[in-house]
Each structure stands twice: as C-alpha cells, then as structure tokens.
Design a protein around this ligand. Sequence first.
Ligand code: ADP
Length: 392
Amino acid sequence: MTDPVALTLNAGSSSLKFGLYAMTDEPEEIAVGQVERIGGAARLRAEIGAEEIARDVTAPDHAGALDTALDLLRARFPRAKAAAVGHRVVHGGPGFTGPARITPEVMEELRRLSPFAPIHQPHNIKGIEAATAAFPDALQVACFDTAFHRTHPKVNDMFALPREYYDKGVRRYGFHGLSYDYISGELARIAPLLHAGRVIVAHLGSGASMCGMIGGRSIASTMGFTALDGLPMGTRTGQIDPGVTFYLVQQEGLSIDEVRELFYTRSGLLGISGLSNDMRVLEASGTPEANEAIDYFVFRIRREVGGLAAALGGLDALVFTGGIGENSRLIRERVCEGMDWIGIELDRARNAANATVISTDLSRARVMVVPTDEERMIARAAKALLDAEGTP
Ligand code: ADP
C-alpha cells in the first residue's frame, strides 16, 4: 500500500524549501522544511506536525539538498509515494499564465527565460532536474511567480523604450504571484465583497512587493522586469534611478557584475542600516542608521499605497502579508499612520494583537493581516494538474 502525496520544492540560490502534502481535496500539509546554506555549512530545518527538527547536514549542491530532504521524508513516511512534484519557478515570461506540466519543451522555454532572472531561474531549473531524476514517474509541475500578473493592462506591462524591446520580452512582469494568488483566494473565502473590490496587498518579507487588484486580479504591481524594482528589501535596492548604474560604472569603475551584486545583495535595509537585512534586528537596535532604514522602507510603502490606489481608482482594503507584514506591528502602524485621507483608520489594539482585521469598524478601507502560504498554492496546482491529466 502507498499513499499518494505531492512534494513541493522552492529552490533559491543557497536554499531548498520543501513541503509534503496529502492529496486530499484541499491538500493537507504533512511536513515543511528547508535545507539552508547549500554548498557551505548546510543545515536542515523541518516541521513535522508539532515536532521541530534542526541539524547540520551535507549538501554540496541542490541535488544533495534534495537527497537530504528526501532521506528525512522517506524515513518518516515510508508509505508515501510522490505522485506529483510542484516547483516554484520565478519566471514564466509573457507566455505562462498559470501552472504548467513540465515537458522537455517547457524545460527548453524555462532555460530560454533564464537570462531574465539570472539570479533565480538557474536554481529553479536545477531543482526540477534533481526532482525529475529522483521521481521519474511523478508529474512535475511548474508554478510561476509571474503568472498572476499576466492579467494586468498593457500600460502596466510596458516600459517607455523603443517598441522592439517589448517584443523581445523587456516588460514589467511582476513577481510574488503565488503569494498574491493565495491571498486573493483567502479574501474570496473570508471577505468576498472586498475580494470583488479594490485591494492592495503588501507582501513584506525578505523580498517585498505590492500588488493592486480588482476582483482578485492583478492590475498593477511594484516589481517590474526583475524582482529588483519597487520597494526596498532586505538586501535589494528596490526602485532606483537607472542613471546610478551609469555613474557607478563610468565614475566609480564598477563592473556590471559588481553593480548587480551591489543592488541585489548589499543594498536595501542592510545597505542603509549598515547592520542587518533582518527587520527584527533593526527594530530592536534603535541606532540612527537602523531607524533610517525603517523610515525609508515605510516611506516607500506609503508612496506605493497612494500610487496603486490611484491605479485602482480607490481603495477598499489593504492587506499585509509576508514575514514583516504578518508580524511587525510597528511597520503596519507606521504605514497606516495619518492615512485617513485614503480611508484608512487603524485600530491600535487590534494591530497590537495581530488580529485579522486591524482597522476600526468605521474605517472606510479595511486593513487586514492575512498569512500567506506559497507552498500550499504549489501543492494545489500539482493536485489540480494531476487530477486533470493523470501521471505521465
Ligand atoms: P522570505 O521572503 O525569505 O520568505 P519572510 O517572509 O520569512 O522572508 O520574511 C522575513 C522578514 O520578516 C525578515 O526581515 C524578518 O525580520 C521579518 N520578521 C519576521 N518576524 C518578525 C517580527 N516579529 N517582527 C518584525 N519583523 C519580523
């Protein structure tokens, strides 16, 4: 006897997140975890029910990290058989508007899109290759961070460049789509009237972005061609004048690779604070530089609330999610301060209690905290495609 399960994989540059889900109508989480610091002092962390596991492991590459995760899962769930493996894939280009079964043709397309996301896509591809070797009989499914935004109007899809670049794929793709899709589904479930209206979702984690939706569909988002645009993040700049790049290269003598490394890994909260990319550390530290990093983060979020509300023609709800959005009372309070002009009135006690609704009963726009679950979206997609198409 075997129990069919879905495995979810989210391969980052030095980490591999995994989840194991029972193939019930609504996939049920059995285990989640991650292998961190692949290629270095690797560590496995996992949660199986109430049990928490953390130990040093050997994981020289992504295939090794997958082996480590599978050793744990196989030892704990010997009857489980992976019928489907769902992968988070950062870039689906203009073509992928939803999850896709991975075929040799799809793999070719993912490789072709790699230059659009050189920091992330190659790792996603490695994760798929490792999982295909480990589970040759399972359905492999790609779930794209860009897919949710494919509904946005063309003005939000283009840059003011000569037309040929649009045709070559230089477009505003938007990311964090699995998270926004999940939040959209949660709103439809718990607040259907708001879901039908004008909603801004602030996904504030190590990576951070915001999305304006109408009727649960993406209209505009803060990330663009890459996941570098928009809000400042743990280590990424967010929006920056492209002229800074010319200056750094021509006057400071940096190579393009050095500029890329600066923008992706040494900027954002870490760059301004000179201390940490971790919001908890910044909130606790209280140094002037840490406070400035928080000020800048909050300022940019508030600007985007105004900009996205203009794109939506008003605001019915603001939803916070991601590690910072779900946990930081301070950031939520500071974002909502003095926002009555747009109909936001925060209830401090509700905010301090991390309640689901943190606006007052009289607030014209509702402010909510909704935990996101990207892994669950991958598991749902894997199950749905398996139900529709069967195993390969
Ligand atoms: P990732 O994008 O890597 O999935 P998360 O969504 O887990 O990241 O968010 C990580 C961020 O959330 C970090 O900056 C962390 O400091 C922040 N965070 C988590 N818990 C809290 C908290 N209680 N207060 C403030 N920030 C928090």
